[in-house]
Write a protein that binds this ligand. Structure first.
Ligand SMILES: C[C@@]1(CC(=O)O)C2=NC(=C\c3[nH]c(c(CCC(=O)O)c3CC(=O)O)Cc3[nH]c(c(CC(=O)O)c3CCC(=O)O)/C=C3\N/C(=C\2)[C@@H](CCC(=O)O)[C@]3(C)CC(=O)O)/[C@H]1CCC(=O)O
Ligand SMILES: NC(=O)c1ccc[n+]([C@@H]2O[C@H](COP(=O)([O-])OP(=O)(O)OC[C@H]3O[C@@H](n4cnc5c(N)ncnc54)[C@H](O)[C@@H]3O)[C@@H](O)[C@H]2O)c1
Length: 197
């Protein structure tokens, strides 16, 4: 079976500065995805025009800056991540070239081969977050799987996480002993599943 070699990480987008080039459908989709995960994400959107939905997001989130203009190399200065989401493939390629020169990580929405990272489909339940990737094979399947997992994971799991955090903070002993105790307490989570089988 083919393998997915992507390595998932969870970025703190309020501590980074992201540039999105393009404020149309895809710019909006990517902006929305970031804000649903991190409402105070620090994002600058550069585009020649913006969808009203993008303008509305900028109104709701004061950490979003919209700059109406054509992309220029200077836009890359001080950015950590870039998403190229214009409808101009050549321009997206130029943005990729500039990102490479500046050593900035880039996602080129219309060209997976040029992407340093993909956005995942995200399941959210309180403190729990699961990121899904299909290796770029089918974002639609990623979305469907997200819906299935969103339903299947009980809301009470967040209470479990909070209680475990209290226990974790109270546990005494050295690191190995703590890990042993936490594994013992949470053993029931896997035992229940084994009983069903
Ligand atoms: C997960 C999600 C995150 C997000 O964007 O928030 C995401 N795409 C989502 C939706 C979605 N995207 C597309 C459709 C239409 C149906 C279809 O094609 O299936 C739908 C479904 C819909 O909208 O219902 C079209 C599409 N997408 C890409 C291309 C380019 C290409 O493949 O060449 C094209 C064709 C453009 C064209 O044909 O013109 C590329 C990428 N899309 C990815 C992520 C990355 C791979 C993720 C993975 O590994 O699975 C990757 C590689 C790069 C990236 O964008 O980061 C989000 C789920 C939303 C949710 O969870 O609700
Ligand atoms: N990755 C994905 O999930 C995904 C999904 C569907 C489509 N796509 C691809 O994404 C691309 C964008 O599609 P769209 O529907 O958002 O297009 P769109 O026409 O809705 O928006 C294009 C945006 O690019 C901006 N733009 C164009 N030239 C510019 C310039 N010189 N400087 C600054 N901004 C400029 C426009 O101002 C506009 O905001 C398409 O190539 C499409 O194939 C990707």
């Amino acid at each position: 079976m083919e393998e997915n070699h992507l390595f998932p990480v969870f970025f703190k987008l309020n501590r980074l500065h992201t540039l999105v080039v393009g404020g149309g459908n895809i710019g909006h989709e990517k902006l929305n995805a970031m804000l649903q995960n991190c409402p105070d994400a620090n994002i600058t959107v550069v585009a020649t025009w913006f969808l009203p939905e993008v303008e509305a997001l900028a109104q709701q989130h004061h950490t979003i800056t919209l700059i109406q203009k054509e992309f220029s190399c200077g836009d890359m200065i001080g950015k950590n991540l870039v998403i190229a989401a214009t409808n101009d493939k050549e321009l997206n390629y130029t943005i990729w070239e500039k990102a490479k020169c500046s050593k900035v990580l880039i996602n080129v929405a219309d060209t997976p081969e040029l992407c340093d990272f993909y956005l995942g489909s995200i399941v959210q339940k309180g403190n729990l977050k699961i990121a899904i990737s299909t290796n770029g094979k089918s974002p639609t399947v990623a979305k469907r799987l997200k819906q299935v997992l969103q339903e299947a994971i009980p809301d009470t799991l967040d209470e479990v996480l909070n209680k475990l955090q209290v226990i974790r903070d109270r546990l005494k002993g050295d690191f190995t002993e703590k890990v042993k105790q936490l594994n013992k307490i949470t053993d029931v989570l896997v035992q229940e599943k084994e009983k069903e089988q």
